[in-house]
Design a protein around this ligand. Structure first.
Ligand code: NDP
Ligand code: HSE
Length: 446
């Protein structure tokens, strides 16, 4: 029986550092659970001079990934550098060299997961990717195994820790501004967005390029993986309508609070009669909804199965410790299999070619914030334009006028309407001479 499992780490940053620390500090416990010692034989980084948060035995570090791939003492490669390339080349190289792979790389799995897994299986190897979605929350294993008996009808998730941390911080600033206004005081914009993003980066939540977080791409990669597993059909990131949080203003948070909502970046995939509709966008969510109470770096995923009903999985979605928990779980699972001589491979069989539909098929309620000229008849023109497209107004509120530039702000909530009709109405509203700009547009959930 194998006494030692050799591990090679590609990447020793936030996640790689957390994994190395856990493997060193919990070595004896893991050995008892698995039946063999897990030993970090080599770790590849980009910059050998960078200070590290974890101390590895001398000679472990290298800046040459081939040294890991060519090392016959390494059984499992852990890829934690992120991005499509060179990570994809390293993973294919690891498979060619007969090594199993554990990865936290949502972009690579979302874009190429089924092909990479097929290649691994053809060689009698596994690729495990629990850490690619939801940090420390068990999500891949439940979708692959525990919920397999179900026909899944929807997945609704807060699935990016960085953006949830930012919107939570902006919401608390919005609540404070609202309280100050009630006392007749004018709140000062404290730059909630920029401060919160910097803080999320410092805490190790953000992607190496945080554009992926704030523009919604990271959430779309994760939704593509969850939807492909849950619906057993291929959902690609390019199938997912994706909006980020960069266009949200402090006022949207204040108005959401006033109207009894919170703003959350939601990733939603739903099965409809015609196919699957998948989107990532900030939405108005009633304060009473379970997902509305998920704050900060916490993530949560609501899955609706026909046998289970609703399942809610919640936990810390980013950071070194929670993510290392998921990576190490995959490592332990693979190691146990190696020790037992297990030849069965984890599967991800795609069943159908259910089409993924565009957003035109969606029906929703909407929140629109419009900056207009402060004069009579403006509201009537906007109401007429919405009406022309079959969109009916549920409530409208005129906010205080800006006397300096003679503008006012209108906040409109609509009844349910087709997305296509709403987009056409917005285009025509933006073209009205009395409209300065459509400042914000969000779907209203619940
Ligand atoms: P970091 O930027 O903190 O770390 C990246 C590591 O990869 C660094 O050690 C870097 O080396 C190394 N690296 C980059 N390019 C190369 C290369 N070409 N060859 C060798 N080493 C390289 O990123 P994270 O740890 O935050 O993220 C890693 C992965 O984990 C990403 O896929 C991310 O999406 C995913 N993930 C991250 C989570 C988080 O909370 N941070 C949570 C869940 C998943 P050096 O240190 O020398 O620069
Ligand atoms: N940048 C990601 C997030 C890391 O903020 O959720 C976890 O995948």
């Amino acid at each position: 029986m194998k006494q030692e499992i050799g591990v090679g780490l590609i990447g020793l940053g936030v996640v790689g550092g957390g994994v190395a620390r856990a493997l060193l500090e919990r070595r004896d416990y893991f050995a008892r659970q698995v039946g063999a010692q897990l030993v970090v034989r080599r770790a590849a980084v980009r910059d050998l001079q960078k200070p590290r948060t974890v101390e590895l035995p001398p000679g472990t570090l290298t800046d040459n990934v081939s040294e890991l791939l060519d090392d016959p003492g390494i059984d499992i490669i852990v890829e934690v550098i992120g991005g499509e390339e060179p990570a994809g080349t390293f993973i294919r190289g690891a498979l060619k060299a007969g090594k199993h792979v554990v990865t936290a790389n949502k972009e690579l799995i979302a874009k190429h997961g089924p092909e990479l897994l097929a290649e691994a299986h053809s060689r009698g190897l596994d690729i495990m990717f629990e850490a690619s979605v939801g940090g420390g929350i068990p999500l891949i294993a439940p979708l692959r195994r525990d919920l397999l008996a179900n026909r899944i009808s929807s997945i609704r998730a807060i699935i990016n820790g960085t953006t949830n941390y930012i919107v939570t911080s902006m919401a608390s600033e919005g609540a404070m501004a609202e309280a100050l206004r009630k006392q007749g005081l004018e709140p000062v914009d404290r730059g909630g967005y920029a401060e919160a993003l910097a803080s999320a980066q410092e805490l190790g939540y953000a992607e190496p390029d945080p554009t992926n977080d704030v523009e919604g791409y990271d959430a779309a990669y994760k939704l593509a993986i969850m939807a492909s597993l849950g619906f057993r059909t291929r959902v690609r990131p390019s199938d997912i309508h994706t909006e980020g949080i960069t266009r949200l203003g402090a006022r949207d948070f204040q108005y959401a609070q006033e109207l009894g909502y919170v703003i959350k970046l939601l990733a939603i995939a739903e099965r409809t009669d015609g196919g699957i509709v998948a989107r990532v966008a900030p939405v108005f969510l009633p304060q009473s909804e379970p997902l509305a109470k998920v704050d900060g770096v916490y993530n949560a995923v609501q899955i609706e199965g026909d046998l289970t009903g609703q399942v809610l999985l919640q936990g810390r979605g980013a950071g070194a410790d929670p993510t290392s928990s998921a990576v190490v779980a995959d490592l332990l699972d693979l190691s146990h299999g190696i020790v037992l001589g297990n030849r069965e491979r984890k599967y991800w069989a795609l069943e159908s070619d259910t089409p993924v539909l565009g957003l035109d098929a969606l029906e929703s309620r909407y929140y629109v914030r419009v900056t207009v000229a402060d004069r009579s008849g403006v509201l009537a023109q906007i109401a007429q334009t919405l009406g022309d497209h079959g969109v009916s107004i549920a409530a409208v509120n005129q906010k205080e006028a800006n006397e300096d530039d003679q503008t006012a702000e209108l906040v409109i909530m609509t009844h349910r309407a087709r997305e296509g009709a709403m987009q056409n109405a917005l285009r025509d509203i933006a073209a009205l001479s009395v409209v300065v700009q459509v400042s914000s547009f969000l779907r209203v959930e619940g």
